[in-house]
Design a protein around this ligand. Structure first.
Ligand code: SF4
Ligand code: SF4
Length: 245
């Protein structure tokens, strides 16, 4: 099991679809056309299964989320995919990050057995009607739902490795690479959650196990440079957050 047995990623994020129905101005989906329906890429189900079963075999017990820059609930396979994830990773905390636009009381009930936490961010002016219906049915709140507006994102907005033209405080150093694993809909192991365009990849999950991905020498080299603040990748050298609260 190697490194994975001693030190698991805190977060594993796997993108099942690149499509998002929104174009928020603090998101690279507003600048690039990757998130459009006509460009949609979906992760094949067998690859999703390979990743979650690999994680389960390695006793993954931290947070798993099925997203990157696509809206997970725009993927109608999501209830089935998360049942699979729940079955293969019984010890993981499965957190579903969503804009809530596709959520309905029926879909919520279907997802409940698989999902430990629903993190719903309202990106528009109003609470999505399906989310309102869920709250109405449950007396105003539900223990598995964390609901927030996009205000906090706007205040702390990241420039996504220099992709979004907003004023940021540059990072002095970064320890993200050896804390998290991010896999896009193509199956590429990407640098981090900021790597919208997959500018730095470490191979494809079709060709390697989760243990090989996690202990990749190249990833460790990037990590060691980043924690010293000796950024060698352009996106790291330009990466930063907006005003911190
Ligand atoms: S809803 Fe989320 S993923 Fe979609 S454009 Fe807005 S911030 Fe980006
Ligand atoms: S500094 Fe590099 S590795 Fe760290 S979050 Fe930014 S782009 Fe990702």
């Amino acid at each position: 099991m190697g490194l994975f047995a001693d030190h698991q990623p805190m977060f594993v994020e796997v993108e099942t679809t690149t499509y998002c129905n929104r174009r928020c101005d603090y998101c690279p989906n507003s600048v690039f056309d990757r998130g459009l329906r006509r460009n949609e890429v979906r992760m094949p189900e067998d690859l999703f299964y390979k990743i979650v079963s690999d994680l389960g075999r390695n006793h993954f017990c931290n947070q798993f989320s099925p997203h990157n820059y696509g809206e997970p609930l725009a993927d109608e396979r999501m209830p089935h995919l998360l049942e699979m994830a729940r079955h293969e990773m019984p010890k993981a905390r499965i957190a579903l990050y969503t804009n809530g636009d596709y959520l309905t009381p029926e879909l919520f009930e279907r997802l409940l057995p698989s999902v430990d936490a629903f993190v719903i961010t309202q990106h528009g002016e109003k609470m999505p009607p399906g989310v309102k219906a869920i709250f109405d049915e449950h007396g105003g709140s539900h223990p598995k739902i964390r609901y927030k507006t996009a205000q906090s994102i706007k205040l702390n907005a990241s420039n996504r490795g220099g992709l979004i033209p907003i004023q940021v405080n540059r990072r002095k150093a970064c320890g993200v690479v050896m804390n998290e694993l991010h896999i896009n809909a193509h199956g590429q192991l990407i640098l981090c959650c900021e790597d919208y365009l997959a500018r730095k990849t470490f191979g494809n999950m079709r060709d390697m196990t989760i243990e090989e991905a996690w202990s990749s020498e190249e990833r460790m080299r990037v990590h060691r440079a980043n924690v010293r603040g000796e950024f060698q990748l352009d996106q790291c050298a330009t990466c930063g957050y907006g005003r911190m609260t």
